[in-house]
Each structure stands twice: as C-alpha cells, then as structure tokens.
Design a protein around this ligand. Structure first.
Ligand SMILES: [Zn+2]
Length: 370
C-alpha cells in the first residue's frame, strides 16, 4: 500500500486542501479499479466503506492476493470538509459559487480525438493504451484555477487510468441503489448484485456532467470518431448510493466493503472467484425514475416504507398543515420501488419527497437531483 497526497491551493490566502489517496498493487496482471467516497463531503457511508476497503486491501496485500491495481480515495473532497453552516457539514455544493461538486466534469472527447489523430492501429489493447494516454494528456492541457475545478482535475487524473470507476455516495434516506450507463451496465451488474441494490438506474447521459460519466463517455466518442479501428470500452463506471446519510455504521460498512472486495475478485484484481448472488432488482431507465415533489408545505410523513414496490396512484407521502390540520396526500405517478427520500420531515413547496424506480421512461432533460 502506498499513500499519496495532492495539495490543492485554496481560494483564500494561506489555505491548502490536502487530498489523500491510496494505491495497491502495481503489476499488470489484472485490471485497475478506482474507488472514491465522500465527493459529497456530507455523505459518510461511502467514506466509511472506502476506508474499510483500504483496511481489507492491506490484508489482501499481506496475503499476496492482489493481481491488478486498486486506487482508493476515501475522502475525496477536502475542500468541503471546511464548509459548515450552523454546525452542520455542507458537502454537496461549493459555498463559493453554489456548484455541485459532482457536476461540471470536463468532457475530454474532442481534445483526446485531436491528440490521437492517426495513431491507432488494429490492435485493440494497444489502442486502449494510446487512448488512456491521450485522455490524460487532454486533461493536462488545462489546469483550472478554481479550487473546486482543481479537485475535479485531480480526481479525474487518478480515475482516468482505471478500467472501472466506482463513486460512493448516499441519499437522504435510501435503499442501496446504483446509477450507471448502458455501456457500463454489464460490468456493473455483478457489483449491483453483490451490494444487494434495490434499484439500478441507467442513463446514457444523465445531465450536468457528473464524475462517473466523465471518465466513460470519451471512449464512446473516440470509437465513433475512428469507426474502422478496434476500440474497446476502456472504462466503465457507476455511482453506488449506500443508503442514507445516517447510515454510517462499521458493521454495515464492513459488509459493503466485503461486497467491493468480492467485486475486485470477480473482475480479476484480487485472487478468487466469488459467488455472485441473483440481482435484487431489474435495471430500470433513469428517465423512468419519478421524483415526487411537494405541492404544498407542511409536516412530511410516509405511510409506506422505503423499499416497497408502490403502484401508480398509491399514496406514498402525506403532508400535514400544522396550523389548519389539513392533510395533503402525495400519490405515486408511476409503479416501482420507492428507493429514496429526504432525511428531513418538514416540506417546503417543491421539495423532493422521494424517488420511485419506474420501468417506463417518461422524463427528459437533466435527470439527476440538483
Ligand atoms: Zn452524493
């Protein structure tokens, strides 16, 4: 295990934010998997699991079972660890400009295509190596000045060499669920099965340029630009949502970390062949995921538990006016698993009240929460 640091100059005089990352293995016998937690710095479960994964990988290293490479960034957002409002960690949006730390990652496709030019041949593996180098070169053509963009740049530099990228997040309260793209789906389904995901949400482009899509998308664009050359999908990725913000638990985290260890075995990074359980859900389109919205303000309660398969028309949430006592039911517009809801119980108008993984696409435009 090697520990590494990247220092990101802060916006204010004398401030520096230190990003710490860990690497395991270095041989070329197996693939390279990248795992990060805490890109949203107020989401603890992913950081716990990433750290417990490091502890497990130290054991695997001692046992001599690491074939490939693993990069782990257990606390990916040192900028936001300094953001508090009235005693609460604020980790989703940059206080300086309000931007979501998991949006606005650069699309390197055009720059990489220009760098690649006519260097590809008929060897798919050699092409993949060239493309990986071109993507890193494309990234390095622009070193941004804003600290949050420097962080984006640093995380992409660590993730672009990997064959698989797993970004650990959580919701307010949620069942385990996973976001991925069609090109990554086959390689991420075993992880969804091992992590017992109750929803797998698939979108080619979910909008806003999140981290996971930024590392996979150029491969498709490059393959389109050079249709006569063999070009594999050299990177697959997902965002794995490990329940809700309160679900920081060493025991549960150890089970999740073991699921990641089994996934690393499955893809050949570690020695061993794990049993992949049956999927706990069928993948559904992200465009079919309904975000329930509060039509009125009031006290929020839920007559149905998370994880329930609800039917269109079923009351999923209730809003009680604390002054008049009036009750406003909020009904599901689609049938599917009720997989996420906020961690608070007071609703303002337009508050997002929950998410239902429907199987029929009905939305377009940006598909993720702000
Ligand atoms: Zn998040």
């Amino acid at each position: 295990m090697h520990e590494h640091f990247i220092d990101i100059p802060g916006r204010g005089t004398g401030t520096i934010h230190r990003l710490t990352w860990f690497s395991f293995g270095g041989g070329n016998d197996g693939p390279h998997v990248y795992v990060q937690g805490g890109l949203h710095a107020d989401e603890g479960p992913g950081m716990m699991v990433a750290r417990l994964l490091i502890d497990r990988l130290i054991e695997e290293e001692r046992a001599g079972t690491i074939l490939g490479r693993v990069t782990v960034v257990p606390a990916a957002n040192p900028l936001a660890f300094g953001q508090f409002l009235h005693g609460d960690q604020q980790g989703r949006f940059d206080y300086y400009d309000g931007r979501n730390f998991n949006r606005d990652y650069p699309d390197l496709s055009a720059k990489a295509i220009a760098i690649i030019a006519d260097t590809l041949d008929d060897d798919a593996q050699a092409n993949a190596d060239r493309i990986r180098r071109a993507l890193l070169e494309a990234l390095e053509t622009d070193l941004p000045s804003a600290p949050s963009d420097r962080l984006r740049h640093a995380l992409m530099r660590l993730a672009l060499p990997a064959d698989s990228v797993i970004d650990l997040h959580c919701d307010g309260e949620a069942e385990v669920h996973l976001y991925t793209q069609p090109v990554s789906l086959d390689r991420m389904l075993p992880l969804a099965a091992l992590a017992r995901c109750r929803a797998v949400l698939v979108a080619d482009v979910s909008g806003g340029e999140p981290f996971d899509e930024a590392v996979t998308r150029p491969w498709g664009a490059i393959a389109e630009a050079f249709p006569n050359k063999p070009i594999p999908q050299g990177c697959t990725s997902c965002t794995l949502e490990l329940r809700g913000r309160m679900d920081v638990d060493r025991e549960v985290g150890a089970v999740d970390a073991e699921a990641l260890v089994d996934y690393l075995r499955h893809v050949g990074v570690l020695v061993g062949q794990p049993t992949i359980p049956a999927l706990s859900c069928e993948p559904t389109p992200l465009a079919g995921s309904e975000a329930l919205v509060a039509p009125v303000s009031g006290l929020l309660s839920y007559p149905v538990p998370l994880g329930k398969h609800v039917r269109a028309g079923e009351v999923v949430a209730e809003i009680t006016d604390p002054v008049t006592g009036s009750l406003h039911p909020v009904r599901a517009g689609t049938s599917g698993v009720f997989y996420a809801r906020p961690a608070t119980r007071i609703a303002e108008v337009d508050k997002r009240l929950g998410k239902i993984a429907g199987s029929h696409p009905f939305r377009d435009g940006p598909l993720l929460s702000p």
